[in-house]
Design a protein around this ligand. Sequence first.
Ligand code: GDP
Length: 833
Amino acid sequence: MSDNDEKKTLGVRGGPRSGNVKQSFSHGRTKNVVVETKRKRVVKPKTGGAAASGSESARSQAFSGDSAKRPAGISDAELERRMKALQAAKGREAEEAARRDAEEKQREEERQRRREEAEAKEREQREAEERARAKAEEEERKRQDAEKAATPAAAPAAPAAPPADDAARAPAKQPPRKQDKVEKDRDQSRGRGKGRDDGGRRAGKLTLNQALAGGEGGRQKSLAAMKRKQERARQKAMGGAQEREKVVRDVQLPETIVVSELANRMAERVGDVVKALMNNGMMVTQNQTIDADTAELIIEEFGHRVVRVSDSDVEDVIAQIDDSPDALKPRPPVITVMGHVDHGKTSLLDAIRDAKVVSGEAGGITQHIGAYQVTTSSGTLLTFLDTPGHAAFTSMRARGAQVTDIVVLVVAADDAVMPQTIEAINHAKAAQVPIIVAINKCDKPEANPDKVRTDLLQHEVIVEAMSGDVQDVEVSAQTGQGLDELLEAIALQSEMLEIQANPNRAAEGAVIEAQLDVGRGPVATVLVQKGTLKQGDIFVVGEQWGKVRALINDRGERVKTAGPSVPVEVLGLNGTPEAGDVLNVVETEAQAREIAEYRQQAAKEKRAAAGAGTSLEQLLAKAKEDENVSELPILVKADVQGSAEAIVQAMEKIGNEEVRVRVLHSGVGAITESDVGLAEASGAPVLGFNVRANAPARNSANQKGVEIRYYSVIYDLVDDVKAAASGLLGAEVRENFIGYAEIKEVFKVSGVGKVAGCLVTEGIARRSAGVRLLRDDVVIHEGTLKTLKRFKDEVSEVQSGQECGMAFENYEDVRPGDVIEIFEREEIERKLD
Ligand code: GDP
């Protein structure tokens, strides 16, 4: 049937349009007959119609005609019957004709449809190619547009479809008759996302087939379109880049960045970023830090733009807000006591505190935190820095912390102006801080306050008694004479200064004192200067950062907040800052960490630049000279500069004529590969005090046979070195590391406290073993485990590669990224040399 149709289609194609000749050729077939009939019918319905209409005139005409030729012997009745029969036959014929006509019509339509279909098919093929091409171009343009605009587009698919359609529609316009059909087909295939893909795929396939079979002009085009299509599909499969390129972000990239922060800045899922890193061969967790080059690769892979920020830009998050005058509220003045040695600074500070704090608040336990507050009889609150002396004042100023509002210059009445008095005057003047003179030791018989006043004239300190504007008060730290007057003078001075600060902003303060407390970890006394420091605030202070775990005031009481001019002890630091370091509250831990890391790096570079004598080559050269005296070379790495210095000092004291300890190198931080290299070259052991070797250093030490020893008590270290120097190393109880685990997550479990979800990365974790918590290869805590869990069960051991839950006995400050070192003690032979 289809064959016939096709043939006929070919034969008839021109027929109905061009002429009727052809139709007579094909009369042998039913259909062709019908064609003819149709032609007949074109005329016939009119005659037939007239006859069928049964008009009287027509009928009579026919009758008369017939009667003329009437065969003989036929009665009228017969004639009439015959006529009727004839008419009936004619009617049937007409009916038949009409039926055929209808049939023919139908068939004609059918043929027409097939023709259209065939043409549409052809066209579709062509259009599919064009569409694919247009799509590819469109896609390309879209991507560029998106990059340009960098604004979020509505739905990912929506803007993609219409332009492609338009592009396809354009060439289809020439034959409008077919357009609808083509459109319909396309619309159907576009209906769903999948359908659209199918259409695209079919187009690709057809094009290829056609290209192979037909060799039409579109061959090259279609192959290129195929390639583009494949390329797009691959990109899609790789990272769903198509959807993401809609929002192109400018990603601020510092020198190093924590993976989770990177994901955050790109507004991508952390998991995706980690996956992308893995694809690039970087096995990292979300809490690990990666370098800018790696991060850049990832940012580009995700289709975002990299904005490299200079290292120091990380500090920009510390808001430099200029407080509006309305926001400013009066705050207590901060007073520093200065003066020549032995003129009574400490005595005076103690006298003021004792008089005002202890007696004023019965039972109050004063606590030395580096500063205290007192209230004058008139009710003014004053903050005294409890660290007298110029060194503190200048070092604070040198570090950018100008905390002092008023200087109390102590001059002993029995000694008058001395060199350090002059120095103090100069410091105060340089800092443009007003002076109040306290003429001390006035209880002494030989006291001569006037001499002090006149002496001061020479140094441009003109006291009120000499018609100047500098207040002077005669006091005695011993008897307490004049203390109240001194405090009132300070209160008056501060009133004149209009000392103000905005308490309603992110806190900023200065470190007055800081130390590593055995029980509490690093503790810093901070004098809040602006804003209010609150429990839970995240801050960066010097090279350290932290989150306020607790605030303790100068009376040893826990407080929730500390406003301007209030000195508080801050707990929750991750390291010990230095006096004079500025504390800034920031918004996120990531920011705080980033700033602290940047500062550490900068400080390290500064130190390296300053101590040019510490390069490896020079150290080696130094170690090799002076061969006469046998020496025990060592390398020391410690958690903080203070411990490193203490150890080096202790080391220098060890030794006699024959042997001496030589510290090849000492430093702060993890033991690195370069430390191991130096140790190997000099045959020296590496002594780590509260620090650990990082992984490459450990491997390198194992390979090279370099001994690394870890200590957490300075005396142990010193004893070991002493024993080694005198060749007396005996057996000792030493600890053996049996495993390492990395904290992946931290959970809070009621009744247990903080539980660290860990992955045992090396060796085994044993419930009974000792544990240390390492943060950046520095020992933060040492103790025992409260629990070791595998899934829900308490277990005694967990093997490497397995996950487990650990909680420390009496210790909670665990964070993701921390490493737990698991060790056991055993007796071994000493061999430190
Ligand atoms: P600083 O070095 O400036 O801190 O001075 P100190 O506070 O240590 O005092 C030095 C010495 O002076 C100590 O022996 C004090 O007892 C003594 N001293 C301090 N103030 C007075 C005072 O007002 N009267 C008398 N008689 N002796 C004082």
